[in-house]
Design a protein around this ligand. Structure first.
Ligand SMILES: NC(=O)c1ccc[n+]([C@@H]2O[C@H](COP(=O)([O-])OP(=O)(O)OC[C@H]3O[C@@H](n4cnc5c(N)ncnc54)[C@H](OP(=O)(O)O)[C@@H]3O)[C@@H](O)[C@H]2O)c1
Length: 326
């Protein structure tokens, strides 16, 4: 699998990044390890997790996904071959300082993630989402300490607006602090506007890497959702709330026609479309089984014919909708 440079940094990430939000939630420990083995076998070298994954599972808790990855890293002895990314920001407990991007929570949070992950360093440490209670300077100073100490190598900002990213660059520059090298927004055929309208110009001008998430819209862009039938998935209700719109069903219809014409599956085509987007360094894929992983890996080989690509671009185009909203 090819590797790509993360923004202006020298770090290389694999063309697909393996997400682990499902570990300990939709996927038990044994199967999570099988997915990790199959991913590395297929050439994926970059793994995305978060301290809070996956606290919403029955019998699960925050830190469970990191623990599974930590066990796997130790058992397989592959730490140096992996680019390991984790996040901080979400509530780890109800205690007032067990959340957010304060110096206290970041420094303590990193220490605990390192223990769970069985490692001495995090390659890429993310703000999971913004914290409006903490000044950006405090957050960036805490990250600078972690980088100076060698506990963290690069930092990124997930779910931030273009304005917040611009402010972060200014704060880093003015104070001689580390800067975010990457962003992590949601991005798929069903969710283009949030990234393309305001974030993409900032990415192009200031050289951020982009490791986007939910390339299949949480499973919606696989063809298994319709008004009549819902898949047997614990994510189904959330996916329905987020994606059940007439426009998105039109996108799935087009995906279905194009996929059939090209002899590929709907999820493969939806992933192949993300891979055509130049500013997306690497999508983070989420799977529940080795079978889903293998199916998704095959999408790396798909070349979408130009006319079909135009059809997909047109059906998912948001600019007209945006004009109408003016
Ligand atoms: N920064 C953030 O705030 C944030 C937020 C969300 C996710 N993430 C990261 O991004 C990763 C991926 O996000 P995501 O899970 O939302 O990605 P996604 O690709 O949009 O959805 C993945 C889901 O789609 C279904 N699926 C995947 N491949 C399939 C296939 N070949 N056939 C049929 N169904 C398939 C599976 O769900 P079912 O089988 O249950 O339908 C799977 O859990 C996460 O693991 C996490 O690391 C980050």
């Amino acid at each position: 699998m090819s590797a790509r440079k993360l923004g202006k940094s020298g770090l290389k990430v694999s063309r697909y990044i393996l997400g682990s939000m499902n570990f300990g939630w939709l996927v038990n420990e044994e199967n999570s390890m099988k997915i990790l083995d199959a991913a590395i076998e297929a050439g994926i070298t970059t793994i995305d997790t978060a301290d809070i994954y996956s606290k919403w599972g029955d019998g699960s808790y925050p830190g469970k996904s990191e623990e599974i990855i930590g066990k796997w890293l130790k058992d397989r002895g592959v730490r140096d071959d992996i680019v390991l990314a984790t996040k901080v920001r979400g509530n780890m407990s109800d205690k007032p300082n067990d959340v957010g991007l304060s110096r206290k929570h970041i420094l303590e949070g990193a220490k605990r993630s390192l223990v769970r992950l069985n490692t001495e360093y995090i390659d890429l440490y993310w703000n999971h989402w913004p914290d409006y209670d903490t000044p950006q300077e405090e957050t960036l100073r805490a990250y600078t300490k972690l980088v100076d100490d060698g506990a963290v190598h690069y930092i990124g900002a997930s779910n931030h607006t273009a304005a917040e990213l611009m402010e972060s660059l200014w704060v880093s520059d003015r104070n001689g602090l580390v800067r975010y090298d990457a962003i992590q927004p949601p991005y798929s055929l069903a969710r283009r506007r949030d990234y393309e309208k305001l974030l993409q110009p900032v990415v192009e001008k200031y050289g951020f890497g982009v490791t986007s998430y939910s390339p299949l819209g949480g499973g919606f862009l696989t063809g298994k959702y319709s008004e009549e039938k819902m898949p047997d998935s614990k994510r189904a209700e959330t996916t329905k709330t987020r994606y059940f719109k007439e426009r998105n069903f039109r996108i799935v219809e087009t995906l279905n026609e194009v996929a059939q014409a090209n002899g590929v599956s709907i999820p493969q085509l939806a992933l192949a479309w993300v891979l055509t987007r130049e500013t997306i360094t690497a999508p983070i894929i989420g799977v529940n089984s080795v079978e889903q992983l293998n199916e998704n890996i095959e999408a790396l080989e798909i070349n979408i014919p130009e006319t079909d690509l135009n059809r997909l671009n047109e059906v998912s185009d948001w600019t007209e909708m945006d004009m109408l909203a003016r």
